[in-house]
Design a protein around this ligand. Structure first.
Ligand SMILES: [Zn+2]
Ligand SMILES: [Zn+2]
Length: 744
């Protein structure tokens, strides 16, 4: 018997080949009807004997789709003979923006197929792969609303687009060398380098050691071979910070040890940078002087073609912007800003509408939520308001909540300068436009001076919206779980309820009611931010002892400097109090002589982690006390133990330094876990949530996790959002939504 019905599918259903997928199913099952894209839902009218089988197939969707709901209602309209894909309409815009997808295996085969239509064409894509978010002006996702609209398809592409039997049936990005975007090689003055094949010539220049600026999917990269790494560092003035690399797939095993999960991440449709453990921790030091190395595989046709000509097996591939600043997307801007950093420019003429940096993950935890992951959509009920979360200051992004789900933007950067603030504003405008959303509540960081806070206040006063300040570490916990829990948030800095710098906060309760119950010992940051840049200051702040002054004296500090430092700490002059975990790790790195000046975010703590690799951790005494009703762990006593061990180590005895570094991390982590466990026992709570940038440290995270589970508690860590501040805008939305919920 024939059955008729209207099927509405909601979720990630655009830019993932949904309509051609439905068409193919209908064709195979003899279903008549239509399919139409309505922005964030797909509407299908269907009639046929195998209606139920068709419904099951449609509910499963194509591989890249994510389906939230499938609804079947009666079809009120005539259903035609045959099956048709109808032009898109605008539906409820309930929030689907497809992320960019790495080139698929079939398209790679097409590129290297001699005599094929796509042979050597750098921008080959299909319904299963290619740029999406980075080229979208508006949704529904159709070519005319993307930057591909400037490249009308040639008759052969148009024919493939219309052919239900073809993989590029309804592929919005379909293009070939006749009709599609073109690639060009030019020198640093913008003069075109004449030649038959710009990609082959670019590979030759790279092999010869030249530095290239390359326009990619979501912005510009700077690329060069390993031998040119030092030159690139010199030009960028970034001597210490590790670079990410792009590696030939068959070579990656030689550089790093890769677990099956890491391999799966590397090869996933996202193709993120995966921070891997080097085989030899001291190898490739000009790329990374840590024990880890950030690797990604080629993820566009351009990359694959480049590597096919390249003699080297890896390329340094770093975003062509200062860390924390927005990625450069525009050709003219790239020429103006990079002409001293890059010798040549490999560019294309497909406009980048939405900037998108490479995503970064480590141990399957997201460090940077960007290309391929973002815009990130999460189904969550936060009530009837439409909420914007503007994020904190560092590693910021924005999140918008509406109607049962949140959408988080790609990584924005450090909102400390006008350029990044402008990018945050642009990101908020994009989210608003793409989702058709009008927010009525803005959640922001508690810090009154953050540019993001000022931005939130500005929009709120312009439009009469409600503002909800959210304390930084509570946002971390809200991003992890909304169930009753003990929450551990360990990171560098966050503005506390009392105006001091927090960073090791342990809460008890349920969002939005999270009570601070424990933390690390409040210690002095002599000279404020200067103590972040020069961790030896922090060392004295934690352990204000003559022994530290004489250690610094041996290291070349002048009497005047030492006098000022001592006065600051003793008299509390120009000193901020902090409970930051990051600063304690920084101070340990300073004590062990591993890092005396911080030149990039997290450097001392990351170097401490590398120094601890292979070290033997021993158990030290932990000292707990109570202050204003909160339990705290003495950081000073940990530092004093480390100091005693360090005195016993002979100069340059790396084995002992390794052991002390490992022991320090182990005992700090153990202490933090015990603060949480004490609270869990007091409150009778079994769930312990963990978040914050310090949790990226493998040894610290695993120690906390083990202590918690060894004591029969559950440890919750969110793998869908960054552990660092990239989760804060999402957490702000969750917190604000729950707070508003308590008022209703
Ligand atoms: Zn493809
Ligand atoms: Zn074409």
């Amino acid at each position: 018997m024939q059955k008729t019905g209207k099927i509405t599918v909601r979720g990630v259903v655009q830019g993932v080949g949904f309509r051609p997928f439905v068409y193919a199913q209908a064709y195979a099952l003899g279903i008549a009807g239509t399919v139409k894209n309505l922005g964030s839902e797909v509407e299908i009218f269907a009639r046929g004997e195998q209606f139920e089988t068709f419904l099951v197939a449609v509910s499963r969707g194509p591989p890249l789709s994510r389906i939230d709901s499938v609804e079947v209602t009666t079809a009120q309209q005539e259903i035609p003979e045959g099956f048709f894909i109808l032009p898109s309409g605008t539906g409820s815009l309930t929030g689907m923006i497809p992320p960019d997808i790495a080139i698929c295996g079939e398209c790679i085969t097409d590129i290297f197929h001699n005599g094929g239509r796509y042979n050597n064409y750098w921008a080959t894509s299909c319904v299963n792969c290619g740029p999406r978010y980075s080229i979208i002006n508006e949704i529904p996702y159709d070519r005319e609303r993307t930057s591909m609209t400037e490249f009308p398809p040639c008759p052969v592409c148009a024919q493939e687009y219309g052919d239900p039997g073809c993989r590029r049936h309804h592929a919005q990005t379909i293009a070939c060398s006749t009709c599609g975007p073109e690639i060009q090689l030019s020198d640093s003055l913008g003069n075109k380098v004449e030649g038959l094949d710009p990609i082959r010539e670019a590979a030759e220049l790279l092999d010869a050691g030249r530095i290239l600026a390359m326009r990619g999917v979501g912005g510009f990269h700077l690329a060069c071979i390993e031998e040119s790494a030092d030159e690139l560092k010199r030009r960028l003035g970034r001597i210490e910070q590790p670079f990410a690399i792009m590696v030939r797939p068959d070579y990656i095993d030689r550089l790093a040890t890769i677990s099956r999960r890491e391999k799966r991440s590397l090869e996933s449709p996202v193709h993120p940078i995966v921070v891997l453990k080097k085989r030899d921790p001291t190898a490739h030091a000009s790329i990374s002087n840590l024990h880890t190395i950030g690797c990604m595989l080629p993820y566009t046709g351009l990359h694959h073609l480049l590597f096919s000509h390249l003699k080297h097996s890896l390329l340094i591939m770093t975003s062509a912007n200062m860390p924390g600043y927005p990625m450069i997307t525009d050709i003219d801007q790239a020429m103006a800003k990079l002409n001293r950093d890059a010798d040549f420019f490999l560019t294309h003429n497909r406009k980048i509408v939405n900037r998108c940096d490479d995503s970064v993950i480590r141990d399957e935890y997201i460090i940077r939520l960007s290309r391929g992951f973002a815009p990130k959509r999460t189904a969550i009920d936060l009530g009837k308001h439409c909420i914007l979360g503007v994020g904190p200051e560092l590693n910021a992004n924005a999140t918008l909540y509406r109607n049962g789900f949140t959408v988080t933007s790609p990584h924005v950067g450090n909102v400390r300068n006008p350029a990044t603030l402008e990018y945050l504003k642009e990101t908020v405008r994009n989210l608003k436009r793409l989702l058709g959303a009008k927010f009525d509540v803005i959640a922001h960081d508690l810090h009154p001076q953050f540019l993001s806070t000022r931005f939130a206040r500005e929009i709120a006063s312009d439009h009469g919206l409600e503002l909800i300040p959210v304390q930084h570490h509570r946002a971390h916990i809200a991003a992890t779980t909304t169930e009753p829990c003990i929450g551990i948030a360990i990171d560098g800095v966050g503005y506390g309820d009392d105006g001091t710098v927090w960073g090791s906060e342990i809460f008890s309760g349920q969002v939005p009611d999270l009570k601070r119950v424990a933390h690390l010992e409040p210690v002095a940051m002599p000279g404020g931010d200067l103590a972040t840049r020069f961790p030896e200051r922090m060392l004295y702040g934690i352990m204000p002892d003559k022994k530290i002054l004489s250690l610094l004296d041996q290291r070349g500090w002048s009497d005047i400097e030492l006098g000022v430092l001592e006065k600051q700490v003793v008299r509390g002059f120009n000193v901020i109090q902090t409970t930051s975990t990051g600063r304690v790790l920084d101070a340990a790195a300073a004590l062990l002589g591993i890092c005396r000046e911080r030149t990039y975010d997290g450097e001392p703590a990351m170097k401490l982690e590398s120094a601890a690799i292979g070290g033997r951790a021993e158990t030290w005494d932990l000292n707990f006390s109570t202050l204003n009703g909160c339990e705290y762990l003495s950081s000073r006593s940990l530092m004093e133990t480390a100091f005693i061990h360090q005195l016993a180590a002979h100069d340059g005895d790396m084995r002992m330094i390794r052991d002390i570094a490992a022991s320090f991390q182990f005992n700090l982590a153990r202490g933090i876990a015990h603060l949480a466990l004490h609270a869990a026992e007091r409150e009778g709570i079994q769930k312990i949530a963990l978040s914050g940038g310090v949790a990226y440290n493998h040894a610290i995270r695993e120690t906390i996790h083990k202590e918690i589970t060894d004591h029969s508690c559950e440890c919750i860590i969110n793998r869908d959002y960054p552990l660092g501040d990239g989760c804060v805008s999402f957490g702000q939305c969750v917190y604000a939504g729950k707070l508003l919920g308590t008022r209703d």
